[in-house]
Design a binder for this molecule. Sequence first.
Ligand SMILES: Nc1ncnc2c1ncn2[C@@H]1O[C@H](COP(=O)(O)OP(=O)(O)O)[C@@H](O)[C@H]1O
Ligand SMILES: [Mg+2]
Length: 355
Amino acid sequence: MGYVTLSQVTKRFGGVTAVDRLDVEVDQGECLAMLGPSGCGKTTTLRMVAGFEDIDEGEIRVGDRVLSSKRGNYYLPPEKRNFGMVFQAFAVWPHLTVLENVAFPLRIRRLPAAEIEQRTREALTHTNLLGVAHSRPDDLSGGGKQRVALARALAIRPDVMLLDEPLSSLDPHFREEMRFEIKDLQRRFGFSILYVTHDQSEAMALSDRILVMRAGVVQQVGAPTEVYRNPANRFVFAFVGLSSFLRVRLGEGGPAVDGADLPAGLCPPLPAELSGAPQAVLATRPSEVDFVAEGGLRGVVRRRSYLGEMVDYQVEVGGQDVRVQKTRHEPGPAPGEACGLLLRAARWYAADESD
Ligand SMILES: Nc1ncnc2c1ncn2[C@@H]1O[C@H](COP(=O)(O)OP(=O)(O)O)[C@@H](O)[C@H]1O
Ligand SMILES: [Mg+2]
């Protein structure tokens, strides 16, 4: 059974359903990433778990404790939920020192002075802030400020850490470093993490499971590799990992791409639910397309970009783009050259309004 459990949790703002009957469980010591585009309901979900936002339907529990329950008409205020929180904005108090920032929530909780001292010291040690304990947060870098927020969350010895895009305002270099630090702290202290992000690589790197959300509705929950390899739908395919979508006409003579040959046997069999549809899209990952000299789906290389180890090709196929990525050690065509593409792991999806 899950440790943090959300059952049928719904939140509306006027006519907008920000979160729609959300069911999810986070296990003890697990890191669950909530991933989705801006406005899909991630922050609202986190705020409901934290207790800053009441719920319109459903129930939220931790262990056997109810935190929010619509049916039971029950709501536990945030300060009674033992959660640590870190937000995107550097929410530290500028007029307090680093040490005072970390100790503050413990003072609010009226812990004994010796305990406050010990916990603060411990949190500062684990976040490498002991050396700047008497500085003001404004004297620290963005990464340093976020570390203060993390230390403050850590000091309350939370059951669960609620992290809302905590790294998105940091430089890429700090971002990666802090990812490791967060994972490290989690291993050491064993808390659960509910981690909100719109960055799929962050979700993949940090989490044990990813929940993909769109417009308040869960699309898929699974291990990062599962979500990447077996996306539940086109939205998940597009949101997790790189993708290209090729518009394909489905007619009497079989699948066809306007302006390019689509050799028989190149595409996977059409799923039953698409038979009879006038068109569909063929979805590919850049890493799952190979170049061939003869045959294949014919196109012309429009752009070639070097991304360090990888080379990224934009290939025009009958007026549409297909991306291909190869390592820099693999031979590939030059810009302007004609080439053939083999689709190693293409998938069919229904066409939508944007196609
Ligand atoms: N306090 C609020 N009042 C009205 N609408 C809100 C409020 N908070 C969030 N929303 C709306 O709820 C939806 C989800 O927002 P949010 O949870 O912030 O998304 P995310 O964190 O995924 O970007 C959006 O449509 C947003 O405009
Ligand atoms: Mg948000």
